[in-house]
Structure formats: structure tokens, C-alpha cells
Design a protein around this ligand. Structure first.
Ligand code: HEC
Length: 165
């Protein structure tokens, strides 16, 4: 039902109801954020920000993360392996995906990597989702070693990443 003139108003000094506020222009605390699908993408910025757009892809920030499918490091390695005690970690490229698996010889688990973080100069760290939760894998790829290894800052387990949704 369309709101009455009085409700919709703000006219004649009448305050707006929350549902009108939410629909009207301007910010309001309970207004929902734009959907992710509303984002037009970097190509849409060129028109008004040509000089920024020309160099954006070369900036460290632009290179700071990528989908695992787009990671140059992952694409360049069909298979990486790392042993830690009785555990063997394997990172295997399969089509456009990279699968991280870990096995102690008896039990095993695996996950398709979702994202690669880091510019790749010092290292690249991988994140995957399992059961609706995001995890940072405990291994990173280090160009200086040309291999996977444990990050010093990392503790014994996969780190659980709190993500607000
Ligand atoms: C239709 C023109 C237009 C488009 C398209 C546009 N912008 Fe802007 N943007 C502006 C204007 C105008 C400003 C304000 C500039 C100012 O205040 O000096 C601005 C400001 C900004 C600022 C703040 C800069 C600062 O110094 O605070 C950022 C960041 C920004 N835009 C990013 C983007 C991104 C990212 C895109 C693409 C997704 C984009 N803009 C697309 C016109 C546009």
C-alpha cells in the first residue's frame, strides 16, 4: 500500500516513518548497504578517474589479493608439498583450482583454495572456506625458498578468520 501523503511527507514538518526513511535518498542507520552485485567493477571508474585507473593495477594494493584461480604462484606450480612431523601437506593444481590436502597417512582432509593473499614478493598465503567458515592455511609459499613453509607468526592450527556477514 502506498504511504499516505502525511506519512510519506516530511511535508508540513511531519517526521518520516522509518520505512520511508529507508526508501528515501540519503543515509539512515537501518538502511541496508548496497549489494555486492551492485558494484560495477574497476572499469567503471576510468571515466572519472583516468589517471588513477591507469596505474591502479600496478599498485601493491591491487596486487595484495587474488582469487586462488588467478594466483600466478599457484598457476606456476602443479604440485607443492611440505612435511611436518607425521603430516604431509600437498598443494595440487587441478584445472583452474588449487587443492590443499593434509594427511597423516591414515586420515586426510582437503579443501579447494579460495583466495591468495600477499603481493607474492615475500610470500603468498591461502584462505579457504569450509562449512561456511573461512580459514587461513598455516602454510605460505615463499619465493625465496621456492617452496611452502610455515609462517613464523602462525601458531599450530589453521587460524579461523572471523568474518561478519
Ligand atoms: C561519474 C564520475 C565518477 C565515477 C564513475 C567514479 N567516481 Fe570516484 N569520485 C568522483 C568525484 C567527483 C569524487 C570527489 C573528488 C573530490 O572530492 O575531489 C570522487 C572521489 C573518489 C574517491 C575519494 C578520493 C579522495 O581523495 O578522498 C575515491 C576513493 C573514489 N572516488 C573511487 C572511485 C572508484 C573506486 C570508482 C569506480 C568503482 C569511482 N570512484 C568512480 C567521481 C566519480
Amino acid at each position: 500500500m502506498a504511504p499516505s501523503r502525511l506519512e510519506a511527507g516530511g511535508i508540513q514538518g511531519q517526521p518520516l516513518a522509518t520505512r520511508e526513511r529507508v526508501q528515501s535518498a540519503g543515509w539512515w542507520p537501518t538502511k541496508s548497504m548496497p549489494q555486492r552485485t551492485d558494484y560495477l567493477g574497476p572499469a567503471s571508474c576510468v571515466e572519472c578517474h583516468p589517471s588513477e585507473a591507469a596505474i591502479q593495477e600496478t599498485t601493491p594494493m591491487a596486487k595484495a589479493s587474488a582469487l586462488a584461480a588467478d594466483s600466478k604462484v599457484l598457476a606456476a606450480h602443479d604440485h607443492l608439498s611440505f612435511r611436518l612431523g607425521s603430516y604431509v601437506y600437498d598443494l595440487t593444481r587441478n584445472g583452474g583450482n588449487s587443492v590443499l590436502s593434509v594427511s597423516d597417512g591414515t586420515r586426510s582432509a582437503s579443501a579447494v583454495l579460495g583466495w591468495a593473499f600477499g603481493e607474492g614478493e615475500v610470500g603468498e598465503t591461502y584462505v579457504f572456506a569450509r562449512g561456511g567458515t573461512f580459514y587461513e592455511g598455516r602454510l605460505s609459499y615463499f619465493p625465496v625458498l621456492q617452496a611452502l613453509d610455515i609462517r613464523l607468526a602462525n601458531s599450530v592450527r589453521h587460524r579461523r578468520i572471523p568474518i561478519r556477514r
